[in-house]
Design a protein around this ligand. Structure first.
Ligand code: GFB
Length: 310
């Protein structure tokens, strides 16, 4: 989802040769394959959009996959970038790096100030390691490895599977199915009370290219060598029950929304402090209801190709 959005954005700007590595062609967890790929391709800038990702249930039930695959991908790519004298890397993390009970909205400085949310601790540890890899190479070798921490993302090419996806695509799939089948109920996990901030992936793509285009001085004025990551979000959050209403409206569902409190809520609130990104000159542009309508249109056009729907 993130990689394809960044490619759309780069193509709209033009003037650059995009080299991609799809999963079927390159196993990023394999160091030898990654090293060979880097040696064989003339790369100036690396955008690390690849990751093992999933929603609360996937993170909670497959912790080994989430920590192992993400650590391997990050270590292989960042080290190969260094070995091949690539000076510019953009690493993409996640808002789950911040402590479960930290002050909201969450500032970059709250990193490593408390315990993590247990449902995604292994994934968060891997993403924190990614930031620290970038910082450590910068500190030791004067590289220019930058890190952006996006809030919960959604958009075209997301995973809409009912069990292992994030909440936005999961609910688009569930509400769509219920509406088509004339069902009277949709089950939404948890209490409906947790609050989340949602960013359309095209906004993240625009933020990523903007962030890469900033000068070293602009970055240095807003970060420190050991707190170098910058948040990307909207600065606005919604309860899961509000989100369910928005998706019900978008999909035309008129039945009842039932909350399954046997399923985990996860962290109660996750809202990013986006002051730094605003001060640097970037703000989001796609409002949630508009982004959900657009994503639902994409979903309907592509449903026959989607895992869990074909
Ligand atoms: O999107 P989500 O899985 O991720 O869940 P997290 C957000 C909230 O939506 C939780 C509720 O309170 C869920 O219980 N929810 C309601 C649902 N219905 C559903 C549903 O059908 N599917 C899903 N998935 N959730 C993830 C992390 O946490 O956030 C990842 O596990 C990553 O590591 C990602 O960082 C951004 O926001 O709780």
């Amino acid at each position: 989802m993130v990689g394809s959005a960044i490619i759309r954005k780069l193509n709209s700007i033009g003037n650059c040769n995009i080299i991609t590595a799809e999963r079927k062609d390159l196993d990023l967890t394999n160091q030898l394959s990654v090293n060979t790929f880097f040696k064989e391709n003339p790369i100036d800038v690396v955008i690390l959009a690849a990751a093992k990702v999933g929603g609360i249930h996937a993170n909670n039930t497959k912790p080994a996959d989430f920590i192992y695959e993400n650590l391997m991908i990050e270590a292989n790519i960042i080290f190969a970038s260094y070995q091949n004298r690539i000076n510019d890397v953009l690493f993409l993390g996640s808002s789950c790096i911040y402590p479960k009970n930290t002050q909201q909205p969450m500032s970059e400085e709250s990193l490593l100030s408390g315990f993590l949310e247990p449902t995604n601790e292994p994934y968060a540890i891997a993403k924190i390691a990614g930031i620290k890899l970038c910082e450590s190479f910068n500190r030791q070798f004067s590289t220019n490895y930058r890190s952006l921490m996006p809030t919960n993302l959604y958009g075209p090419n997301d995973n809409f599977h009912p069990m292992d996806s994030h909440v936005v695509p999961a609910l688009i799939g569930k509400f769509h199915n219920a509406t088509k089948k004339g069902e009277k109920e949709v089950i939404v996990w948890g209490s409906g009370r947790p609050r989340r901030e949602f960013l359309h992936v095209d906004d993240l793509a625009s933020a990523s290219i903007f962030f890469l285009s900033l000068s070293d001085l602009e970055i240095a004025n807003h970060t420190t060598p050991m707190n170098s990551h910058v948040n990307v979000g909207t600065g606005k959050d919604y309860s899961i029950s509000e989100l369910a209403e928005i998706i019900a409206n978008s999909t035309g569902f008129e039945g009842n929304i039932i909350f399954d409190t046997e399923m985990p809520d996860g962290t109660l609130r996750k809202l990013l402090d986006v002051t730094k990104m605003k001060d640097l000159g970037w703000s989001y542009s796609i409002p949630l209801d508009e982004g959900i309508d657009e994503t639902y249109s994409w979903f309907k056009q592509n449903i026959s190709k989607l895992r869990g729907f074909n």
